[in-house]
Design a protein around this ligand. Structure first.
Ligand SMILES: *Cc1c(COP(=O)(O)O)cnc(C)c1O
Length: 408
């Protein structure tokens, strides 16, 4: 068993006066999104310093331009984009960034615009048809890095990405050989599924990669281990990320590839989960069900649709001293689907008019919000307190011996 000491739950009561917003005084009617630039910056620096290769940010996890800028300022220079809209967004926000178009099924027009107008040179594919499309759209360009996406197991992950994309075992030889013929650099990429709870997920995938390389007998220049790096949520406290990095490094070093081959990763969730949270108001209580003003069509898509549990905290002064009991949430729309089963532990005396912070919504929370039924957060406030849990906190304390020096 690993000790999960990095997943720090901050159990101290929280003031309703966060720097930047005073909930008790303002009593916001709409949900308020809190962002924590320092937390995203810390995650980015962790990957830049500790991942034994290049970390590129998977933009779909949270495409906020503010976040893109924070990651850039913290050393992330490469961005995994999946649509032409993401290409345009990152190109406009970070003109010097390197973009890698890692969706294995693209429109020919999108490939052409990415290549000719935005300087994209890295593309992924999982079929001969897509390879032909890329060659045609780039007019037979000779400067492409082409990454063949392999299908690997999602067994260790909370969200599978195993069935939609990737060439399976036994199908990769022909595609690797054909891609080698047209690529300047040949890569192999995969995705073990999101929120991979064990480093073994990557070890097993790398074995699949090894078999494919041996079978095809091609020279491989890039190994891209994709995303899937976990964050910490209630009931899902992963081992330290260093163990993932060590497993990947060991497997990479033992692959039959050239000495100069590069190792890449595409973290999404792990770079942005701690970046934001949301403050919601309880509008009604019915037994152990709380009717709150954000939900499945707002920042809580995953809480509703796949039963994801996020950390919660009552914001009240003075703090409640009632014991915690388990609640479920209803969102604000007129729709039974707008239900988050949780359970979410909150003080037994919670009721209408109370405010709750729901944490760890930086990844796939803000990104999936809609305006359905006219509900949703209309205010964003930057705060500098710590996120409700962090995989990176202890790390930074170790690195900051001067923090006991009083700054004037
Ligand atoms: C979604 C996705 C990612 C990011 O995954 P996380 O689990 O958020 O790290 C990376 N690469 C590809 C190709 C993806 O589709």
């Amino acid at each position: 068993m690993h000790k999960h000491h990095r997943a720090l739950g901050l159990a101290s009561p929280r003031s309703t006066a966060l720097r930047g917003i005073d909930i008790a005084a303002q009593r916001p009617v709409q949900p308020v999104t809190l962002t924590r630039p320092h937390a995203a910056s810390r995650a980015a620096r962790f990957f830049v310093e500790k991942f034994p290769g290049r970390s590129m940010y998977a933009v779909k996890a949270n495409p906020s331009p503010d976040l893109l800028q924070i990651l850039w300022d913290s050393g992330i220079t490469h961005y995994d984009v999946a649509s032409i809209a993401e290409v345009r967004l990152v190109a406009a926000t970070l003109p010097e960034a390197t973009l890698c178009f890692m969706h294995p099924v693209k429109a020919e027009e999108a490939i052409a615009e990415a290549y000719f107008e935005h300087g994209v040179r890295v593309f992924s594919l999982d079929s001969i048809e897509e390879l032909e499309k890329i060659v045609a759209a780039t007019k037979g360009a000779g400067d492409l890095t082409l990454c063949v996406r392999m299908r690997v197991s999602s067994d260790h992950s909370k969200l599978s990405l195993a069935s939609k994309f990737g060439v399976g075992p036994g199908e990769s030889k022909e595609l690797l050989m054909a891609t080698r013929q047209v690529a300047d650099a040949l890569g192999i990429c995969f995705h073990v599924g999101s929120q991979a709870m064990s480093p073994e997920a990557y070890g097993n995938a790398m074995e699949r990669v090894r078999a494919a390389i041996v079978e095809a007998g091609v020279t491989v220049d890039v190994i891209d281990v994709g995303g899937g790096f976990p964050s910490s949520y209630p009931g899902m406290e992963p081992p330290p990320l260093e163990l993932y990095f060590a497993t990947i490094h060991r497997a990479f070093e033992s692959l039959p590839i050239s000495y100069s081959a590069e190792l890449w990763a595409e973290p999404g969730r792990a770079l942005c989960a701690e970046y934001s949270s949301i403050i919601v108001r309880v509008e009604k209580r019915r037994g152990s069900e709380l009717y709150i003003n954000d939900g499945a069509y707002g920042a809580l898509f995953d809480a509703a649709h796949i039963g994801w549990r996020f950390p919660v905290r009552l914001l009240r002064e003075p703090d409640s001293n009632a014991r915690d009991v388990e609640f479920s949430f209803y969102g604000p729309t007129c729709d039974d689907l707008d239900h988050m089963a949780g359970p979410f532990p909150l003080p037994a005396d919670i009721g209408a008019g109370d405010y709750i912070e729901i944490g760890m919504l930086g990844a796939y929370g803000a990104a999936m919000r809609t305006a359905f039924n006219g509900f949703g957060s209309d205010q964003t406030v930057i705060v500098d307190d710590e996120p409700m849990t962090s995989l990176y906190l202890e790390q930074v304390e170790e690195q900051a011996p001067a923090s006991n020096v009083v700054k004037l």
